[in-house]
Write a protein that binds this ligand. Structure first.
Ligand code: TA6
Length: 306
């Protein structure tokens, strides 16, 4: 059941004393604020969008949010873990359709909020289908996101097919991770994987990853046919972030670097230097066909290792 209402009404129906409250942010968006013994986190109901996660022992957040991120109805938020669905990147045929699908810019509702036995906080959200969404994608789909905030952050994105006919989706949890300095950061786990380099000629060249991934310029790569964990090595902050996924066969890695970030306008001064996107996804040949009355889940768990 979709539980709708003002932050005050949501507090009454879903709030968990000293653990979960709801507030208004920006231009009237509603944000769930979690603060439990393990971590703090924020989830904007629009887009089912986790915008913050910081384990209690951590000096800095693990999930990055731009200082210039806008919280406005129908607008994407720069940072956090945007939900890209039911397509990734530009729409295959409709140039005027939103990039990365519509899930991240439409209203979602909370369906459940509980405290778990291990003191983690689990919130489940569901995308609210509407005439607006059906005008962009007219399949009988149901999209939910289960967020578990504890010593780790676990996100499970589930697509249900409520109709008789199969449909195809591509998807990503487009997560921005906070680092001390992108120029000193390495990504392990993608060695020898095939990838599409989207910074090259249109359509992108296919190459194979040699060794750990390091960054010296704009990097925009879709690694295909990989189910591997990734580890983000951050010597500047003396930490590693593990990205462990299931139900995902693609990993996208992106930094806009200085010039592109500047043009995008909502990274803030040097914001690009303190983030990198490592996105658990199913895109290109890894797009997912969901049979009639079937479902598919993609999960990712982020953990901090010193
Ligand atoms: O995931 C990488 C990417 O597809 C880049 O090409 C860039 O467009 C990025 O997503 C950000 O997209 P957004 O629509 O959130 O500005």
């Amino acid at each position: 059941m979709l539980i709708l209402g003002s932050p005050e009404e949501l507090d009454k129906r879903l709030g968990i004393k000293n653990r979960l409250t709801f507030r208004t942010a920006g231009d009237g968006l509603v944000v769930a604020e979690v603060d439990n013994p393990h971590a703090s986190a924020s989830i904007c109901l629009q887009g089912g969008h986790v915008t913050a996660w910081q384990p209690k022992p951590a000096a800095l957040p693990v999930v990055w949010l731009s200082r210039l991120a806008k919280f406005a109805p129908g607008k994407s938020i720069r940072g956090g873990a945007p939900v890209c669905w039911p397509w990734f990147g530009p729409h295959a045929t409709e140039a005027g359709f939103p990039s990365h699908g519509y899930a991240r810019t439409v209203p979602w509702a909370v369906t459940q909020a509980v405290s778990l036995a291990d003191d983690a906080t689990q919130i489940t959200l569901e995308l609210i289908n509407s005439d607006q969404t059906r005008a962009l994608w007219n399949h009988p789909g149901k999209l939910t996101l289960e967020v578990t905030v504890g010593q780790t952050l676990k996100l499970t994105l589930t697509t249900g097919n409520l109709g008789d006919d199969a449909f195809v989706i591509s998807e990503a949890l487009h997560t921005y991770l906070q680092v001390g300095d992108i120029a000193r950061t390495r990504v392990l786990g993608l060695e020898s994987c095939e990838f599409v380099d989207k910074t090259g000629p249109a359509g992108g060249l296919r190459r194979r990853q040699e060794g750990p991934l390091t960054f010296t310029a704009e990097t925009d790569r879709i690694y295909v046919n990989t189910t591997a964990d990734c580890v983000l090595e951050d010597p500047q902050l003396a930490r590693r972030i593990r990205i462990a996924k299931s139900g995902s066969r693609s990993t996208v890695v992106w930094t806009p670097w200085a010039e592109k970030a500047g043009k995008m306008g909502d990274f803030g001064p040097d914001g690009w230097r303190e983030m990198v996107c490592v996105e658990s996804a199913n895109v290109l040949e890894n797009a997912v066909t969901i049979p009639g009355h079937g479902s598919h889940s993609m999960s990712v768990e982020y953990s901090l290792e010193n």
